[in-house]
Ligand binder design. Structure first.
Ligand code: F0G
Length: 439
């Protein structure tokens, strides 16, 4: 493989750093760093053709939906790569969800189909691979649950010691069980995600832990694989919109960078407009957007049932603003009721996803209702996590156990005695269309 150079660069002051320096923020001005690729050199490789040739490859590492695009993600030697492999997630279209959202054309990419059940695996494969390149032994992150599940799996898979910081009692059970099961050393912080994030940044500097939150620019490189794969599934035809939830704002930041690079490479001529959706009680980007980003607003006590995006001080704020500007995008907020009703619709369509993911669908519906998205626009959305991650949110909705939430689309279990008469009586009361009583 041709050696392709990369370096790290501050997004604000432009200071450059070598690719293998362990650094997360600019030493001069404290801003975030980008991984910069040599676009002119990459143009010579005819990447679109190369990526198409690798489509459905079974060969390591190209069977991964991240490493298929390795030249524009992380061109390292294959021997360093730690891959489960990730990606190759499906793109769904659903009549029910067309009706629900009001779209005429909608595709949902289900990142909950990754090895640990969330989109985080895409960035984790590049993050732990870089840790491997650097010879780090201990990897760490703060998390609302999915990053920790992913780091625990990929870290242990790659032979690292894994240290995790989570907000006490505030992460979904499926995610906590993954962190424990994979053997991550798990610290429950008395505080929220933002407190855990501050602690892990301090700890990584003092204790020589390799930090694998999305403040690590190598994580974001892997997340770009989501939109590269999405476009490839669409034969590189760019949709009008890409809609995703926003928490720590890593994903949306990566999408903007990925689209920009594809544009520079001449693979697409312009990006889709990116819409970032936040929960009403955890909406720092939305509040800042409302000031035209003149103010950078943070939320002190974020609240939402979508615990994955319960974040008041997102570390990638500046990069997400860049995505909105680069793509002529937008930011919207949705209520708890809207998230949970959208989730019931996504689940009931036979697709299923965790609450934060369904902010995407709630957001699409809202943006159609308010006329920001035209009904005729081609809309793509990202479902970020698997339905099984947060069984409590699902069951409590259907059992009407969530305070202040109306279970609009409840599907309650029906308790009956174990005999046929009882079953027939119950079926007569509310007969699902599919079940016919023949006698
Ligand atoms: N959806 C899910 C299921 C998530 O787990 C997250 C983030 C997001 C959306 C938001 O993505 O942070 O890139 O804006 N979860 C992180 C975690 C924060 O720790 O697992 P983002």
């Amino acid at each position: 493989m041709i050696k392709i150079s990369m370096h790290q660069k501050c997004i604000k002051c432009g200071e450059n750093y070598p690719i293998n320096q362990i650094i997360y923020k600019c030493k001069k001005c404290g801003n975030l760093l980008d991984i910069v690729h040599d676009i002119e050199k990459l143009k010579e490789l005819n990447l679109k053709e190369l990526f198409n040739k690798r489509w459905k490859s079974r060969q390591f590492p190209f069977m991964s939906g991240v490493w298929r695009y390795k030249e524009i993600i992380l061109p390292v030697e294959d021997k360093f790569i730690i891959s489960r492999p990730e990606g190759n997630t499906n793109l769904y279209s659903s009549k029910n969800l067309l009706n629900y959202t009001g779209c005429k054309w909608l595709r949902l990419k289900h990142e909950g189909e990754n090895p640990t059940g969330s989109f985080k695996d895409r960035g984790m494969t590049t993050g732990v691979t870089q840790a491997n390149v650097l010879g780090s032994k201990v990897v760490a992150c703060a998390s609302t649950g999915n990053t920790s599940a992913s780091l625990a799996a990929y870290g242990k898979f790659g032979g690292f010691k894994v240290i995790i910081f989570i907000p006490e009692g505030k992460i979904a059970y499926g995610k906590l069980s993954q962190a424990l099961a994979y053997g991550g050393m798990t610290f429950q912080i008395r505080g929220n995600f933002d407190d855990a994030m501050a602690l892990v940044q301090e700890a990584s500097a003092e204790l020589n832990l390799y930090l694998l939150n999305s403040v690590n620019a190598f994580r974001l490189e892997g997340q770009k694989g989501i939109v590269f794969e999405l476009l490839q599934q669409l034969n590189w035809e760019v949709p009008d919109w890409l809609v995703c939830p926003g928490g720590n704002l890593g994903n949306s930041s990566a999408f903007g960078k990925g689209f920009k690079e594809l544009e520079e490479l001449g693979i697409i001529s312009s990006p889709p407009r990116v819409a970032i959706i936040q929960a009403e009680g955890s909406n720092p980007l939305y509040l800042s957007y409302k000031t035209d980003f003149k103010e950078h607003i943070e939320v002190d006590n974020p609240e939402t049932i979508a615990t994955a995006i319960k974040i008041g001080k997102p570390v990638n704020y500046t990069k997400a603003v860049r995505t909105v500007r680069w793509t002529n995008g937008t930011v919207e907020q949705v209520t708890e009721q809207e998230i949970l009703d959208a989730k019931a619709q996504v689940d009931g369509a036979g697709i299923g996803a965790e609450p934060a993911s369904c902010a995407t669908v709630a957001g699409i519906k809202k943006l159609i209702d308010t006329g920001v998205i035209d009904r005729k626009d081609k809309v793509t959305g990202i479902l970020t996590g698997n339905l099984l991650k947060d069984p409590d949110a699902t069951v409590n909705y259907h059992m009407n156990k969530i305070p202040n939430i109306k279970p609009t689309y409840a599907n309650k279990p029906i308790v009956i005695d174990a005999n046929l008469d009882a079953l027939k009586r119950a079926l007569k009361k509310s007969t699902p269309e599919q079940v016919q009583i023949v006698k």
